[in-house]
Design a binder for this molecule. Structure first.
Ligand code: URA
Length: 266
């Protein structure tokens, strides 16, 4: 490779990285600029479309095949968090699993009374197979530490268990495909309080469309079959890294959490 070719290649890679494509997801490169293949020899005339069997109305195929999705009863039948994690390992109904390196099920303690739910694993999380272990996670740990909490007192997970390529925002379908597992995860952990980190988690768990600035700093109730869980939305640590000036709002939320936890002790 000549010097100018090497430079052009390095420039292209830098451009990909800046666009969020910081990971190879296939073994062989795909040349998307290659000339299209030559047209095949003319095929024999096909039967008119009307002659082919047509699916009955409303028989649209579900996005995932029966084996790829998982029956709600199987998810409900998970009696422990370990069993649920094993089911998530078998689940093929979320396409993100195919490009992710690892499943990020949780970090922290299964005996914790406080559950935190973020948006989606990022690059560091994907590499380590645990939620919130990168820069945002380190800030989260400092926020928790400021009110006397650490990994032994919290259980941290996300709305989805696999990293979206390039850290893009997960689609509603991706969040929806993992949602039955997440609700079972909440039922099995039985937390005393939940904290929702950022708009994606807040909207999906509280089932609302409001933005995070309206949702944060207010206690809401998340209902399960067996209990009502006080739930607080706050700003996502990754957002706070980009907008440090907003940390004062997150600090107020942390103080609300601390106060609630103290009232639960008495
Ligand atoms: N952001 C999230 O929402 N979750 C993680 O696990 C890491 C970053």
């Amino acid at each position: 490779m000549t010097g100018s070719q090497a430079k052009a290649t390095a420039d292209v890679l830098a451009w990909y990285e800046a666009m969020g494509a910081d990971e190879a997801i296939g073994e062989a490169p795909v040349d998307r600029f290659a000339a299209p293949p030559a047209p095949k020899a003319k095929a024999a005339p096909q039967k008119p479309a009307a002659a082919r069997p047509r699916p009955a109305p409303n028989s649209a195929k579900p996005a995932a095949s029966a084996s790829a999705s998982m029956a709600p009863e199987s998810i409900e039948s998970a009696a422990t968090l370990e069993e649920l994690e094993a089911l998530v390992g078998q689940f093929e109904g979320c396409a993100l699993k195919r490009t992710a390196k690892n499943t990020c099920f949780y970090r922290g303690s299964t005996a914790a009374r406080i559950m935190l739910i973020g948006e989606a694993p990022g690059r560091d999380e994907d590499l380590q197979g645990k939620p919130f272990v990168g820069r945002a996670g380190q800030l989260l740990d400092r926020m928790l530490g400021a009110i006397g909490l650490d990994e032994s007192s919290v259980y941290i997970t996300n709305t989805i268990y696999w990293r979206p390529p390039g850290n893009r925002t997960p689609t509603p379908e991706e969040i929806g495909s993992c949602a039955p597992f997440l609700s079972r995860q909440i039922e099995l952990l039985k937390p005393d309080v939940m904290v929702l980190l950022g708009g994606a988690a807040a909207k999906s768990i509280l089932d609302v469309t409001d933005g995070i600035m309206r949702l944060r700093g207010r206690w809401k109730i998340y209902r399960t079959e067996t209990r009502d869980i006080p739930t607080l939305a706050t700003l996502h640590p990754a957002y706070l890294l980009r907008k440090p000036g907003e940390k004062r709002l997150a600090w107020r939320d942390m103080l609300m959490l601390k106060e609630r936890l103290e009232s639960l002790k008495t």
